[in-house]
Design a protein around this ligand. Structure first.
Ligand code: UDP
Length: 460
């Protein structure tokens, strides 16, 4: 039997690493498969310190390979952060190691799975004659929007006036009547010259060059959009939710998979044990978003006024210290970084106030926990609209950060319309679990990906 050696290269950010590491683990479990996972040295250090991925994966044919970072250790930051500069600097530092690995005849690479925003990996692999699959770590609906940006420009729906954000989109195939201008990825608000928009559009348009596209989603959740993507990228693998998939496929390995780049504070699980069922709203805005002091005050006031207990993640690097009123709040608990999957699975958690990053959204879907969405940037604007308007499993605050709205939406999700949201979220969670067991769509697609990689390897 062939023994495929796969090189996986994620963009060095928590959300990208999390889902691509989970895919790596699933692939390593396929007989004969080996994975080399490429990360900059500073990410390697943080993963080794804070996640159990390295010890967990030690039992599998997996190698976490650090590439020199030459002092470039920048995490993605919204606002003044320049995604093009970030990708350019990654390309500069990664390229020598990447080329060396691709040329290594002693331990040849049979196939590359590249993050779909790293076209320099695609180019290097093409040059070396190694087949490449792309993986995007966002939702299918957000991917489709990025893919349609040239059409929106051509039909002059982009750029638009920032005081007409409520107008519905008319040229976005499949999403007419669903998305408004305000629901487009945040880069669309900054005009056609925006470097982030040009960069992400360019990266997305390279996708058809890859052998196929892997998405961390499942058919039941995004069927109409997946059908549209298949018209342009026929070889699509929907293998998510990956964290649930991992639990069903790798039952022999303990389930406490952590891919965190920060130290997890597990004491909050004990605190949750003491709270009544469905009584706590979990608050986290992921690994990138920075919340200003004013915004934090509005959230705190809204939460207190809602009368709900809360568990709030305030990252140590999220800009500022924890205000004493939050730290001392009798109804709440604050941590620097939580074991999020376990928190969402805890029976005490009845709602999730989230920025709607795709991993967080999927984790909430799998746990059947309704959401209050406060999208910040990138694909989050699209995801939050789908959570509210299409899937009906939460409320979307969109551009509003106001204590009255926070209170109203938290009450809606946890109390007034709580039964309705929980029922729909429960149905979606069931569909998610069904997709990752034998016979499910994601289970079959992962098998197909494994088969296709093996066939490619045999053909070399
Ligand atoms: N996460 C976590 N603990 C926290 C906050 C976040 O483990 O306290 C994880 C979360 O489970 C998710 C990831 O960090 O898997 C965040 O990814 P997402 O795509 O939601 O957002 P991003 O950080 O990319 O904005």
């Amino acid at each position: 039997m062939s023994k495929p050696h796969i090189l996986i290269f994620p963009a060095p950010a928590q959300g990208h690493i999390t889902s691509m590491l989970k895919l790596a683990e699933l692939l390593c479990a396929a007989p004969g498969f080996r994975v080399t996972f490429l990360v900059p040295a500073y990410i390697h250090r943080r993963l080794s310190n804070h996640s159990n991925a390295t010890s967990r994966l030690r039992k599998l044919p997996f190698r976490l390979h650090p590439i020199p970072d030459n002092g470039h250790q920048e995490d993605i930051r919204p606002g003044s952060f320049d995604v093009k500069d970030w990708l350019d600097s990654l390309r500069m530092t990664a390229q020598p190691s990447l080329k060396e690995l691709l040329a290594d005849e002693g331990d040849p690479i049979d196939c590359v799975i590249s993050d779909g925003i790293l076209s320099f990996v695609l180019e290097a692999a093409e040059e070396a004659g190694v087949p490449v699959f792309y993986m995007r770590t966002l939702s299918a609906c957000a991917f489709w929007v990025y893919f349609c940006l040239p059409h929106l420009i051509q039909t002059q729906e982009l750029p638009f006036n920032s005081n007409e954000l409520d107008l519905p989109m008319v040229n976005l195939r499949g999403m007419e009547g669903v998305l408004r201008r305000s629901d487009l990825p945040s880069c669309c608000r900054h005009g056609l010259d925006s470097r982030s928009m040009q960069t992400i559009m360019h990266q997305t348009l390279q996708t058809p060059r890859a052998k196929g596209l892997i998405l961390n989603t499942f058919d039941h959740l995004e069927a109409p959009t997946l059908d549209l993507i298949r018209t342009r990228i026929p070889n699509l693998y929907t293998v998510g939710p990956l964290h649930a998939h991992l639990q069903t496929r790798l039952t022999a390995i303990p389930n406490s998979s952590s891919t965190s780049l920060w130290e997890e504070d597990k004491t909050c699980l004990k605190w949750l044990d003491e709270q009544p069922e469905n009584s706590v709203i979990y608050v986290s805005f992921g690994s990138i978003v920075r919340v200003t002091v004013e915004e934090r005050t509005e959230f705190w006031q809204g939460l207190v006024n809602s009368g709900k207990r809360f568990l709030w993640v305030v990252r140590p690097d999220s800009g500022g210290i924890i205000p004493p009123e939050i730290a001392d709040g009798g109804m709440g608990r604050v941590v620097g970084w939580a074991p999020q999957e376990a928190v969402l699975a805890h029976p005490a958690v009845g709602g999730f106030l989230t920025h709607c990053g795709w991993n967080s959204t999927l984790e909430s879907v799998v746990a059947g926990v309704p959401m209050v969405c406060w999208p910040h940037f990138g694909d989050q604007q699209v995801n939050s609209r789908f959570v509210d308007d299409v899937w009906g499993i939460g409320r979307d605050m969109k551009d509003c950060c106001d204590r009255v709205v926070v209170e109203k939406m938290v009450r809606d999700v946890m109390e007034d319309r709580g039964g309705e949201f929980r029922r729909r979220a429960g149905d979606m969670a069931k569909a998610a679990r069904e997709s990752v067991v034998e016979g499910g769509t994601s289970y079959s697609d992962l098998d197909r990906l494994i088969r296709d990689i093996r066939d490619l390897c045999n053909a070399i």
